[in-house]
Design a protein around this ligand. Structure first.
Ligand code: R5P
Length: 326
């Protein structure tokens, strides 16, 4: 099927990010009414013609997760019923991703369920960014472009001006080793890994550190997300106790729920670098937190997908500098 003009819409989850994407693409924000019925049910109405168009709908399924997910589903349903040629779900943060396997009896695989729901609603493609685990791509039977905010995080960290000889990149758990290795390639320095065991949804046990050296170094800890901040603050404390001179943490997704802000305030951390896949709440605006936009990465991917150009090539050939791409 030939794909027509590009149209882009958004739900309510992250309008500032959506507007930045539209700015980069030099496109008008698509007109859609998104609201709730008095009983809380999600509703939307597309206020312009999308018949035969290549439609992108931007919605991270972040807090309130069930509402933003349902809103995304009804938007996709409306776009499908309005006869769009192609529906691309742009999901900068994919909620439920951590429930990606049965690690005990009688529990759901909610990440797979969320993938099924998107497909069933009518998405023909998903554009995601730093999924909790790369295997989630296989939960979809439609194309999924998996992007990363790493170039933006690395560019900022490089701009701090530390000599690679004094840097150590720390993976806060075994699941993040591959991510940390890529940051070592971008930033230089050595690699260390923390042995983390999860005791519950909000409690972790962190004991040993492998690799290094740590003593006297500037440590950069990278994770995919900061939720209650237990993992990252525990890791920062270990690294500091082992003699790191300074500790910075960076993550693609700042969920920042429960005790996160208090933990981050009290932890021996210089700065918390996040991308803007999830909007910060007023209480998240503490001097330690620095949010960088990933809009150019998403926008460039949208442009390339629309034009049937390679997405992986953009990470090899473009420089994402200070929220701009060249
Ligand atoms: C775990 O596997 C993830 O990569 C994060 O480390 C974790 O989900 C962060 O959660 P919290 O901030 O609550 O420790």
């Amino acid at each position: 099927m030939s794909v027509g003009q590009l149209k882009i819409f958004s739900g309510t989850a992250n309008r500032p990010l959506f507007e930045k994407i539209c700015d980069y693409l030099d496109l008008p924000t698509g007109k859609m009414t998104v609201e709730k019925f008095p009983d809380g049910e999600s509703f939307c109405r597309i206020e312009e013609d999308v018949r035969g168009k290549d439609v992108y709908v931007v919605q991270p399924t972040c807090r309130p997760v069930n509402d933003t997910l349902m809103e995304l589903l009804v938007m996709i349903d409306a776009i499908r019923r309005a006869s769009a040629a192609r529906i691309n779900a742009v999901v900068p943060y994919f909620g439920y991703a951590r429930q990606d396997r049965k690690d005990e009896g009688r529990v759901p695989i909610s990440a797979k369920l969320a993938a099924n729901l998107l497909e069933c609603a009518g998405a023909s493609r998903v554009i995601a960014l730093d999924l909790h685990s790369a295997q989630i791509q296989g939960f979809f039977d439609i194309p999924l472009d998996h992007l990363s905010a790493s170039p933006v995080l690395d560019e900022y960290i490089n701009s701090l001006g530390y000599d690679p000889e004094e840097v150590v990149v720390v993976s806060p758990d075994a699941g993040s080793i591959k991510r940390a290795t890529k940051h070592v390639a971008a930033l230089g320095g050595s690699l260390a890994i923390i042995d983390k065991r999860r005791k519950s949804g909000s409690e972790v046990e962190q004991a040993h550190l492998i690799g290094g050296p740590i003593e006297g170094r500037v440590a950069f800890l990278f994770d995919d997300m900061i939720s209650t901040a237990g993992s990252i603050c525990g890791a920062a404390k270990i690294v500091k106790e082992m003699g790191a001179r300074k500790v910075y943490v960076a993550a693609s997704h700042g969920i920042l729920c429960g005790p996160a802000i208090q933990r981050l305030q009290e932890a021996p951390i210089e700065e918390v670098v996040l991308s803007d896949t999830i909007p910060l709440l007023p209480e998240h605006n503490i001097p330690k937190i620095k949010a960088l936009t990933c809009a150019p990465i998403l926008a460039e991917a949208i442009k390339r997908i629309h034009k049937n150009e390679s997405v992986s090539e953009m990470f090899k050939t473009l420089n994402f500098t200070s929220g701009q791409y060249q």
